[in-house]
Design a protein. Structure first.
Length: 232
């Protein structure tokens, strides 16, 4: 039997993402979130308009999306209810947030140099995606009470770094879902995936190469063009 319900949030379960960005003074910000989804080498992120991360992304035009595995839940928890924005926005104060400058320090995670962006990768995360901001729009544009409070940010992935332990045997370009154990956020709680498939998927019978889009080739060409322009 279904009952009519009005949950305050509808976070039915998505992977946790640690977004690393560069602050105005060159220091690093690291923020956990889970409102993200991927299409090809593009990702759409939902972020608070007053948070430090989207401010940094708008200013620098880049970020790194780091996906933690289940064994990094404690590190992610250390970042919870912290913000790089000072003073802390009123809405976050009401939820018990505090200003924290040293995000890598309190999470006991390690910044690692990226190849195409200034923002660092998180060394401990099995998945690291260097990305460029493509567009920023406001959610609920037609609602005066919400306009500008939540941003929808599209990013394009420039580099993918994958821990060898999660790759499919004999294929460095494929993640083995039987090995990858992402940290999942569902209604504010941490979960992981089960150790085996529920059912063999018919969709998985389609070769992954058939989904290969033009952004992959573009990610190879653009750094070379940028280097050539800077040399002129």
């Amino acid at each position: 039997m279904h009952l009519r319900s009005e949950p305050a949030i509808l976070y039915f379960g998505t992977p946790v993402v640690l977004i690393s960005t560069v602050n105005e003074d060159g220091s690093y910000n690291l923020a956990p979130m889970s409102s993200a989804f991927w299409l090809g080498w593009r990702c759409v992120l939902g972020l608070s308009g007053v948070s430090k991360t989207p401010l940094n992304m708008r200013r620098t035009g880049e970020c790194v999306l780091n996906l933690p595995s289940v064994d990094l839940a404690e590190s992610v928890n250390h970042l919870a209810r912290t913000t790089g924005t000072d003073p802390v926005p009123e809405g976050k104060l009401q939820r018990g947030y505090r200003f924290e400058r040293e995000k890598f320090g309190i999470s006991e995670l390690t910044p690692q140099a990226s190849e195409t962006v200034a923002a660092p990768r998180v060394k401990e995360c099995p998945v690291q995606l260097e990305a460029k901001v493509e567009s920023i729009t406001s959610l609920a544009e037609n609602d005066a009470a919400q306009k500008g409070k939540i941003l929808v940010i599209e990013v394009r992935v420039l580099r993918v770094h994958l821990e060898k332990s999660i790759l499919m045997d004999g294929d460095p370009d494929r993640v083995d879902p039987d090995k990858w154990r992402p940290l999942i956020m569902s209604f504010q709680e941490f979960y992981g995936l089960t150790a085996k498939k529920v059912l063999e998927s018919k969709l998985a019978q389609i070769p992954e190469r058939l989904y290969r889009g033009p952004d992959i080739e573009r990610s190879r060409i653009e750094p070379a063009l940028a280097a050539a322009r800077s040399a002129l």
